[in-house]
Design a protein around this ligand. Structure first.
Ligand code: ADP
Length: 273
């Protein structure tokens, strides 16, 4: 069997996806990006291959994507994260009846992408200038509130009062605002819900720039946070498609493309001989 890998070297996390020749997902691995992108990406790839007892030679084609993709010299090719995300969401979205709008919130940016029924990007909008509205905002808020990142979702649903409004448009000012709210005796639950709504409102504005078409696929690490999903559903006034592994959609898309490119090369080779 031939295998293909997509590796998404993000600002915060490295995601690796392994697919087989039938474009079926075989395995996934997520690791911290850290400061040594190249070294950590190599280790992530090795870990994934070891888990499935595969040799590097069995991976016929490897495509890198994401923020640090140019640093990963072992890749056969690289691709923008917008294209990889579109391919991954299109493929994974088939199980939900197809998706046309993608909202991705990453560690340091957020994007809205509109795709056609073949998964080709029609239009996209990106916020990479400001950490508010990204995973970084959630990481900082969780640290300020002394809550595990994974627990934010639970806090969201356990408030006894309405979500508080977080007005700061900058992560640094939001930190002081959160500390101020705690000092005034507000519950962590209402603050967490307020943070989720603040991100959701920003994301809605971004998504409106590309136009929102049914169905909306939500991915990126923060899509693991059920509280944020609920807030975004409220703001968008529609149900979101959240896949089983939202953080790895872009890596999956790069792996699918790696498989497609290799199969296309094989077909050309057969025609020539
Ligand atoms: P990037 O591609 O920019 O590295 P990711 O899509 O990997 O970003 O998302 C990273 C973000 O995902 C982190 O900053 C964090 O806020 C969020 N995240 C990661 N794991 C979890 C989790 N288990 N629960 C909630 N949020 C998470």
């Amino acid at each position: 069997m031939n295998y293909f890998v997509g590796i998404d070297i993000g600002s915060t996390a490295i995601k690796a996806a392994l697919v087989n020749e039938e474009r079926q997902l075989v395995g996934l691995h997520v690791a911290d990006s850290g400061s040594l992108f190249h070294k950590n990406a190599k280790t992530a790839l090795q870990t994934l291959l070891e888990r499935y007892s595969l040799q590097r030679e069995q991976v016929r084609y490897l495509i890198a994507t994401g923020y640090g993709r140019k640093l990963f010299k072992e890749a056969d090719d690289s691709i923008s994260e917008i294209t990889a995300n579109a391919i991954g969401a299109h493929e994974a979205g088939k199980a939900y009846g197809g998706v046309r709008t993608i909202i991705n919130i990453g560690g340091q940016d957020s994007k809205a992408i509109q795709i056609d029924d073949q998964g080709t990007v029609i239009n996209f909008a990106m916020n990479d200038k400001c950490a508010a509205g990204t995973g970084r905002f959630l990481d900082v808020a969780a640290a300020n509130l002394d809550i595990d990142l994974e627990a934010l979702g639970e806090y969201h649903f356990n408030g006894r009062a309405a979500p508080l409004s977080i007005n700061s448009t900058c992560t640094v000012f939001a930190e002081s605002e959160i500390i101020g709210l705690l000092a005034n005796g507000h519950g962590k639950e209402e603050i967490v819900a307020g943070i989720h709504y603040s991100i959701a409102k920003r994301t809605l504005r971004l998504a409106k720039r590309v136009g929102i078409e049914d169905r909306v696929y939500f991915d990126g690490g923060p899509a693991l946070n059920k509280g944020l999903v609920a807030a975004l559903q409220d703001e968008l006034q529609r149900e979101l498609v959240v896949p089983a592994h939202p953080q790895t959609t872009t890596a999956f898309g790069a792996a699918i493309l790696a498989c497609n490119e290799w199969l296309a090369d094989q077909a050309i080779g057969e025609q020539v001989t």
